[in-house]
Design a protein around this ligand. Structure first.
Ligand SMILES: Cc1cc2nc3c(=O)[nH]c(=O)nc-3n(C[C@H](O)[C@H](O)[C@H](O)COP(=O)(O)O)c2cc1C
Ligand SMILES: C=C(O[C@@H]1CC(C(=O)O)=C[C@@H](OP(=O)(O)O)[C@H]1O)C(=O)O
Length: 389
């Protein structure tokens, strides 16, 4: 048993993106098609650009899986970049026969300029290729592996879009998590409020007409998380801190909230903290409200883990903002090729994946085990301990 660790590699227009995931126990049933369903969800979504018509993301396992089950060793995965075929002579590893035209015009809001300065690259393509959110396809694949393990431990994670620009979803307080998940999955906006979704589509169309872009907010909900994941004892073990880092690491995410988040700062204590009750039938502590978003003291408390992420608008604008050519130092009028107008629905699928990865790591730390059956046995024992508390 080792800690869960993972890493991705690959450029947006290179031949493929890849990942290695280590720490998944042996004996977990795992098929490429389990992952592909999530990859497809990340690709569709109102507001995406022409690139998504080219790609058809599918994962291929190249290590760690045999006969449809994990072996306990590192799992290696690749996803082909179909667009790579259109980049002949510009994206290979070998020296170029003819140097491609350098990209010297940084886009405000993207990594182009900051990355160029840091790595001393005068062709900004050397930065944008890796800064691109193409990489998030692989995060979703890693999250998909974790989803299989979480499902075997009765944990379910889903995301839904709650705002696009200034349009917010309004949900009836009676909407159950199950309904929320089904409604969001059925929408090309991953939004559970059909009326708001229509207004969101109109806002995205309007932004596209104006040559502009939009951001928004998505929420991730994790059900079935046992109490006791994460820890109060050290800064880097707090579950809320780990979730925030994971969500904030997604390209263009600029804010994260757990539970009430910023709203908690505006209320007094009596309107924030969740009263503690006890259910004598299940022998479990329960909470009538979940303002904490399922985490207190950096530890899961048995309630659903609920967090939100705010995404800034896409940086590549049809009507570009002022910028300077890094070679001539002159102001330029940007040439626009293609871009997403709004990628919040796609980012919500990525957020779901990142939360699944954090929860899987925390669960494996709590429970230990080299095979799925061992982890399941440990969870059953822990649940008995909780019921006796
Ligand atoms: C799923 C997804 C799709 C994105 N698509 C685009 C895009 O088409 N064009 C673009 O300029 N930025 C796009 N972005 C955002 C950039 O990757 C992001 O703005 C850039 O990495 C800089 O953001 P940062 O300052 O948070 O790193 C996308 C982000 C995500 C999560
Ligand atoms: C390729 C993906 O997203 C890309 C993320 C992205 C960016 O700048 O982040 C820019 C666009 O790429 P391109 O410039 O090739 O059109 C998006 O399509 C993807 O999500 O799979």
């Amino acid at each position: 048993m080792t800690a869960l660790r993972w890493i991705t590699a690959g450029e947006s227009h290179g031949p493929e993106i890849s990942a290695i995931v280590e720490g998944i126990p042996a004996g977990l049933p795992l098929l490429a098609e389990d992952i592909d369903a999530d990859l497809a969800r990340r690709q569709r979504g109102y507001g995406r650009g022409a690139r998504m018509k080219i790609e058809q993301d599918r994962v291929r396992f190249t290590a760690g899986v045999r006969g449809g089950e994990t072996l306990g060793g590192p799992i290696a995965m690749v996803i082909e970049n179909r667009d790579h075929g259109n980049w002949a002579g510009r994206m290979g590893a070998e020296p170029f026969a003819e140097p491609p035209e350098a990209l010297t015009r940084p886009r405000p809001g993207h990594a182009d300029l900051a990355g160029g300065l840091k790595y001393d690259r005068r062709d900004l393509r050397d930065i944008l290729e890796r800064a691109s959110a193409r990489e998030t396809a692989m995060r979703v694949a890693v999250g998909g592996v974790c989803r299989k393990l979480l499902a075997a431990l009765d944990v379910e994670v889903f995301a839904h879009v709650v705002a696009i620009g200034s349009v917010s979803a309004a949900l009836a307080p009676t909407t159950s998590p199950h309904e929320l998940r089904v409604l969001a999955r059925a929408s090309d906006l991953a939004c559970a409020d059909p009326e708001a979704a229509e207004a969101m589509r109109a806002a995205i169309r309007d932004a596209a007409h104006r040559g502009d872009t939009l951001g928004g907010v998505f929420e991730v909900v994790a059900l079935g998380v046992p109490p006791g994941l994460g820890s109060h004892v050290q800064w880097d073990r707090r579950l809320d801190g780990r979730v925030a880092q994971a969500l904030m690491s997604i390209q263009a995410i600029k804010g994260v909230e757990v539970g009430l988040g910023f709203e908690a700062a505006r209320r007094s204590g009596s309107g924030v903290h969740d009263p503690i009750a006890y259910d004598a039938e299940t022998n479990l502590f329960i909470r009538p409200t979940n303002h904490a978003g399922g985490v207190e003291g950096g530890i899961s408390n048995g309630m659903p883990v609920v967090c939100r992420a705010a995404m800034k608008p896409i940086a590549t604008l049809k009507r570009a903002l002022p910028s300077i050519d890094i070679r001539s130092k002159e102001r330029f009028d940007a040439a626009f090729e293609r871009s997403d107008v709004c990628a919040v629905p796609a980012a919500s699928v990525v957020g779901e994946a990142m939360v699944m990865i954090v929860l899987t790591a925390a669960l494996l730390e709590k429970l230990g085990g080299d095979s799925l059956s061992e982890v399941q046995r440990h969870l059953a024992g822990y649940r008995e301990q909780l019921a006796r508390f």
